[in-house]
Design a protein around this ligand. Structure first.
Ligand code: 0O2
Length: 230
């Protein structure tokens, strides 16, 4: 027979933390505060993107954005990356070396939309571009394509301004579809993917790139059509 939960409200967890003295509580608070500034930076960047999207949709005949996703790097993934880089001893060292704690992914219909979003965001006066990796112009050997930007945005807190890096991945629907499937396969095989599957994936990446190209051509053709009026 199991004994009844002595504290269904969950307060014992807080009491447990309290019982560990101020150090554990401080670490917990510091970590939360550390992550919060990245959450705020995500909020700022997603607001910028939402404004661009709404304005564009009001002005033109299509939306340059299919969907937007964001994520804060998990603790596990953050400490794993920081350890790999030998910078896990302090939060300052982690912040210096891991620039993708805040991540925003923008998925667009067409390749030209990807570069439009990049231009519109990076010319804003409070956005600083730290790094650009154009895996569309120069795909990875496995066929991965996406435009990666690391930007820095100011986060205005009550007593100071923090300049916080955000990794932006901008890609088309076809690129996103490929990357999601590829990621799921690598996760399933724990990175030891059979050779034939790797080849299939690289081939599928070529087909996705071709699809992007053909969709762009189709759009150009449709734009050139004179639609007869009654
Ligand atoms: P998550 O959860 O997506 O963030 P790193 O590999 O992170 O140590 P770097 O230079 O920061 O070094 O990485 P890179 O390769 O420029 O970009 C990292 C992110 O891009 C990855 O994040 C993926 O989201 C994506 N990415 C890069 N290459 C591939 C790929 O071949 N396939 C897929 N599906 N995604 C890719 P994380 O860190 O893996 O995780």
């Amino acid at each position: 027979m199991t004994s009844p939960d002595p504290d269904p409200s969950g307060q014992s967890e807080i009491a447990f933390l309290d019982g560990q003295g101020p150090e554990l509580r401080q670490v917990h608070q510091q970590l939360n505060r550390f992550r919060l500034r990245y959450k705020f930076a995500i909020d700022e960047v997603t607001t910028k993107i939402a404004i661009l999207r709404e304005e564009f949709e009001e002005t033109y005949d299509h939306s340059p954005i299919e969907h937007v996703r964001s994520r804060l790097k998990s603790h596990d993934s953050l400490f794993e990356k920081a350890s790999r880089r030998g910078s896990h001893n302090s939060l300052d060292a982690i912040a210096e070396s891991v620039l993708d704690i805040a991540g925003v992914r923008v998925v667009c219909p067409f390749v030209s939309d990807v570069y439009w979003i990049k231009e519109m965001l990076t010319r804003q006066s409070d956005v600083t571009v730290l790094e650009v990796e154009d895996y569309i112009a120069d795909p990875k050997p496995n066929g991965y394509r996406s435009l990666h930007l690391t930007i820095e945005v100011p986060v205005f807190l009550s007593d100071r301004t923090e300049h916080v890096p955000v990794e932006l991945q901008i890609r088309t629907i076809a690129m996103d579809f490929w990357a999601s499937v590829e990621h799921a396969i690598y996760y399933k095989y724990d990175a030891t993917v059979p050779h034939t599957l790797v080849e299939e994936l690289t081939d599928a990446a070529r087909i996705a790139a071709d699809l992007d190209h053909r969709m762009t051509q189709l759009r150009e053709e449709v734009r050139g059509l004179q639609v007869p009026r009654d």
